[in-house]
Ligand binder design. Sequence first.
Ligand code: PLP
Length: 293
Amino acid sequence: MSRIAYVNGRYVPHRQAAVHIEDRGYQFSDGVYEVIATVRGRLVDEEAHLQRLDRSLSALRMRWPMTPAALRFVVRELIRRNRLSGLGAIYLQITRGVAPRNHPFPAGVEPALVMTARPLPPFDVEAARRGVRVIALPDERWKRPDIKSVSLLANVLAKQQAVEAGAYEAWLVDDKGLITEGTASNAWIVTRDGELVTRQADRAILNGITRCALINLAGAHGVRLVERPFDIAEAQNAAEAFLTSTTSWLKAVVRIDDAVIGDGRIGPLSERLLSSYVDRVAAIGAAASGTVR
Ligand SMILES: Cc1ncc(COP(=O)(O)O)c(C=O)c1O
């Protein structure tokens, strides 16, 4: 089945989807984005994603390209047209629009909106348990990673370095030696006395929607959670480590550089959190009644 994209008011075949060469997203990275997971045609944490989108837009002094209600409609229409029936992901990008290249904000320009939809394979829970390797790299991004901007060059370079090192992700380390987050995920550890730790959502990290969902699940499980930074040495000595994101859900981190974490497999608390996250997504899917809502 051919994929359909949404480009500035039109649904078009994915392979023909294109924007103008003077789109400010293309020339200046002057835009924001969201990635939202879908399960059986239902959006996972739609509200939280749209709230974060609103924050990103405000931080860059950009307008919504349409009302949030209209945007919700377009997302659903895109899901329907792409017949996303299992797991899927919606990519949504808003840029300041198209204007002759000049740094200041252009006057009287409409923001540009594009969306794509893609099916995802079933989540591989066993692979998430087997876990992944991460490497530590300096965090060379700009000072506002809390804004979900399309300016991802430093993330791309770090991720590429991770891939070339045979790792799944890079954990980025700030000037004080503290881990901020991954290039496309949030970082977590479980200390040897059972405390769940993730960095506080300050300006140095993107406040992941999966991160927020996990914090709620941890609360429901009565887990002791501390939001504070940690360094590589602490992570390498932790009992457990994992990462979270919209499309990775929760994956155990079993090696950080050359240090093996725990017994090299998912730890007990990570396992509990993974299974409750899996159940949570399944419950969202089970609420779908065959129609896209
Ligand atoms: C830099 C960064 N941190 C964290 C995340 C995780 O955020 P979420 O759980 O909303 O996908 C992402 C997701 O792409 C990201 O790019």
